[in-house]
Write a new protein. Structure first.
Length: 420
């Protein structure tokens, strides 16, 4: 049996991984061998306007030899935990599903894959669950069923791990996790552990600022390296911890698209030529336009910090590949950049007024396409020198937003070549 759950948190607190951890612990109390692998934390569409924070759903896999009586007890315990610990509110709609391993159809697998890229309906999720006569339960409008079902069926071509350490969910206020510990982990364990401390912006990334019960989370390539690193962290006393298999840091949300195929709330990889030079709007956000026949805006928003300096140096004629989520903004469809690859840089020139060959003074234009004339001796010259502009501070290559602005799903450059 596979258990899937989603949408148990709110902006005020709680976390779906915490509730998943409570369920895992309760099942292990029945029998420590009932769970056949680490639970999965699967990030879905990062552009979903209904998401609370990271749009993560959790699935737990039970051994195939569990008896019907044990499975029924697991279902009862799991729903009780979801009902007891989930947040309440207009935008919180907890759900839990229970699927048999052989009930996951190709249609459900496709639904799960679409949940990374599209906005799906509650009705479609319920229809798929009813088709396979699945046991499912929800509170509110049932929106959590979309993520709960998807978490059970999403197949991973690449994956990472996250060790999440919690404090008691009743504890609120400022968390204590040593920044020095996070720095040391970044220095010692990168790239096997990634996204721990952003030295460029002097910001710790492992500990969220919200009132959720997560004290800190370490992301990396193996459980062993995460446990080793966690033993070095100085923090307030942890309450619980769990290791998850995740799709974080995999770019699983991105799809190659042409500009005309781009839709709101999708995450895309699009190739084009810069057709409008970068410009900065109120708030420090930097926009530019790319075209491949059709046109679309791309933006480096203020939280991307120094990444914007690269974008500001782009120019018309540069060939680029933009990676990011599509927002429907006041300016139209806009790619919220996560990465940009600069394939070619356009040759830029500036015109230089000729120097009089007779008296060595600068010559002055006498009108469009009429050439130049020396003010002193009136010598004329129609030739103009085109001087190549050196484009300092930018070169071809792949650039990413800083760690402090990186989305859960975005693959860091240091993971390229380390995929599983």
């Amino acid at each position: 049996m596979i258990i899937g759950l989603d949408d148990t948190d709110s902006v005020n607190g709680m976390c779906t991984t915490y509730i998943g951890t409570l369920i895992v612990e309760a099942i292990k109390e029945l029998d420590s061998k009932l769970i056949r692998e680490p639970p999965k934390l699967l990030r879905l569409n990062p552009n979903n306007p209904y998401k609370t924070r990271g749009n993560g759903a959790v699935s737990i896999r039970i051994t195939e030899d569990a008896t019907p009586e044990v499975l029924e007890k697991i279902r009862s315990i799991s729903f009780d935990i979801v009902s007891t610990y989930s947040e309440s509110g207009d935008n919180t709609n907890p759900a839990i599903v229970f699927l048999s391993d052989n009930s996951i159809t190709e249609e459900i697998k496709l639904f799960a894959k679409r949940a990374l890229h599209e906005m799906l309906s509650i009705e479609e999720a319920i229809s798929l669950l009813n088709k396979i006569e699945a046991d499912y339960r929800f509170i509110g409008n049932g929106r959590g069923l979309i993520g709960a079902l998807s978490s059970c069926a999403l197949e991973l071509d690449d994956f990472t791990y996250e060790l999440i350490v919690y404090r008691n969910h009743l504890k609120r206020g400022k968390k204590f996790v040593s920044e020095t510990s996070a720095m040391q982990i970044e220095k010692k364990y990168s790239p096997k552990i990634f996204s721990s401390y952003d030295f460029e912006n002097e910001r710790m990334v492992i500990s969220p600022h919200s009132d959720c019960p997560i004290l800190y989370g370490l992301r990396g390539e193996s459980p062993e390296i995460l446990l080793e690193a966690a033993s070095t962290i100085e923090s307030e006393k942890p309450f619980k911890r769990n290791i998850f298999i995740t799709n974080q840091g995999t770019d699983m949300h991105l799809q190659e698209k042409s500009i005309e195929e781009v839709k709101p709330y999708s995450s895309v990889i699009i190739k084009g030529i810069v057709s409008k030079n970068p410009y900065t709007v109120a708030g420090g956000h930097v926009f530019f336009e790319i075209s491949n026949g059709n046109k679309i805006l791309s933006a480096a928003y203020e939280p991307t910090k120094g990444f914007r300096n690269i974008i500001r140096k782009l120019s018309k004629g540069d060939t680029v590949i933009a990676y990011g989520g599509v927002l429907d903004t006041e300016y139209g469809l806009t790619v919220n950049l996560e990465k940009i690859e600069i394939l070619t840089l356009a040759e830029l020139y500036t015109r230089e007024k000729p120097i009089c060959p007779i008296c060595n003074n600068p010559m002055k234009s006498i009108g469009k396409d009429k050439g130049y004339r020396c003010k002193k001796c009136h010598t004329k010259n129609k030739e103009v020198s085109n001087i190549s502009i050196v484009r300092d501070g930018i070169q071809t290559g792949l650039y990413e937003v800083p760690m402090c602005a990186k989305r859960h799903l975005s693959k860091p450059l240091l993971r390229y070549g380390r995929e599983k």
